[in-house]
Design a protein around this ligand. Structure first.
Ligand code: GLN
Length: 274
């Protein structure tokens, strides 16, 4: 198939309610990197006006961070057929990038600082609890070494053999404890899931859950490509290889950040030569 025949439907969870922390940048990154390669892109808002059928149309799902109250409003709407549609999408391997408040609603529950426990979808085996108003919010740079099996191998390959670090920025009050769901990686700098067990995020089927804003994909463009490639392979049931884009600036920025945080790159990050 040539690129012009490929079409990517990006499902964007609650753009109004879940865009507090700049994660719309992840949608823009995926959209632009697809358009630059000549694919057709549709962005489908998966909000209160959307139906379960809209969720089913998504080839790739993006969910951003939100404030506690908005997470409650989202969960009031994400019930019944819509919840089932999202669950089966994730279970069937539709790739997704879910940041901060989004993984909290994909888990069993989130206990906010004020108000009732917000029941989640229970797709990810994790729980999140805000430890109380007198505790310090986790804000700052966050670096994670991806350790999730398969994903870390894919990223390593995309980085020419370098350690698969993700560079981002966290801003959360809630702390997350994983059950059986695999961690996305281990914290190299920052707090991550809870500041205690060294884990960050989660990886389930093809869904990446993380506390990293940034937006994450602008600082780690190879993750956007992994999502796009996974989505298209699944949709068209054939191998899809993405053409190379010039990411030298993004990769350099990433490298500068790692150095500033005192993280030694065991293998140099490969910069695009174009
Ligand atoms: N409301 C959640 C918390 O504070 C999520 C915040 C976010 O999405 N950045 O933990």
């Amino acid at each position: 198939m040539n690129n012009q025949e490929l079409e990517l439907n990006i499902g964007w969870l609650y753009p109004q309610l879940m865009s507090t922390y700049g994660d719309r940048g992840n949608v823009i990154l995926i959209e632009k990197r697809s358009l630059w390669r000549g694919y057709k892109v549709n962005i489908i808002p998966l909000d209160q006006n959307a139906t379960a059928a809209d969720i089913c149309r998504a080839d790739l799902i993006v969910g951003g961070g939100a404030q506690d109250r908005q997470q409650g409003s989202v969960m009031q709407d994400l019930q019944g057929k819509k919840a089932d549609a999202l669950r089966s999408k994730i279970e069937n391997g539709t790739p997704g990038i879910f940041t901060c408040g989004s993984p909290q609603i994909l888990g069993h529950y989130y206990e906010p600082v004020i108000g009732q426990r917000i029941q989640g979808l229970g797709i990810l085996d994790l729980v999140s609890v805000h430890p109380g108003k007198n505790t310090q919010r986790c804000i700052g740079n966050l670096v994670v070494e991806v350790t999730a099996t398969l994903l870390s191998e894919d990223f390593k390959e995309m980085l020419g053999g370098a350690t698969p670090y993700l560079v981002g920025f966290e801003n959360h009050g809630g702390l997350t404890k994983l059950g059986t769901t695999e961690a996305l990686g281990k914290v190299v700098y920052g707090v991550g899931n809870n500041g205690k067990d060294g884990t960050e995020g989660a990886f389930y089927r093809n869904s990446i859950a993380t506390y990293s804003h940034g937006p994450l994909l602008s600082k780690n463009p190879f993750v956007a490509d992994w999502l796009i490639q996974t989505a298209l392979r699944l949709k068209y049931e054939q191998p899809i290889s993405l053409s190379t884009l010039n990411d030298s600036l993004a990769m350099k920025g990433r490298q500068v950040m790692l150095e500033r945080l005192g993280i030694n790159l065991s293998t140099p990050v490969v910069l695009d030569k174009k």
